[in-house]
Design a protein around this ligand. Sequence first.
Ligand SMILES: [Fe+2]
Length: 242
Amino acid sequence: MTFLDIHSHILPAVDDGASDIQMSVELLGMLKSQGVTAVIATPHFYPDSDNAEDFINLTQKSYVELQSAISQQDLPRVFLGCELRYFSGVGKSSAIKQFVISGTNYLLLELPYGAPITKIVLQDIIDINERQGLIPILAHIERYNKVSGYKKLLKLIADGYAVAHINASAVVSKETARLCEKLIKGRYVTYIASDTHSPDFRPPQIDKALQTIAARLGELEYNRLIVKSNRLLQEIEAANEQ
Ligand SMILES: [Fe+2]
């Protein structure tokens, strides 16, 4: 079986994730033991405080260092992406194309925590898709279920303007398990991701999450998520072969 983890903070010393290469390797080892065969490193980019050029230089350097450190080891393959924090007007900014996942047209987008999902936010997501020709992957959509506009966000996913992932940690947490099940059953969820930062802060729990889904929702939902993960991995591989 192959499985792609689409959201992780495993790049060494670039954000609040892995602090050094040793920690990156430890996290990759944990992911491997959970059946993960490929990982997208998605360091945070905060448009309000980060400079795009500096960010890209830093993440590229860190990525190359990690790749050379793991080249002789039997660990999941790592691809480079980014977790882009939403900003007003993001849908009209062609600069966001530099933040896509490893040569594809997928963009991992993080909405602000606790802020209402306004018409402007919704239109921006539509514009990312329609004007920029990208596929927004909305990060950890389970986080926003209490904010106003959430139902409209789900409708936008149902209408095909974006796809979404939920965190593996939310699937296995008692507080959010029911919500995650509802979102999966409603077909709002395309991916399960670790969003791991360190072995202590949100350690990877991909295996537990997938087992929980298989046990509670059945093989059909489990298989669908595996297939979606594999399809994206194939798209990334194809984009990197060109
Ligand atoms: Fe993240």
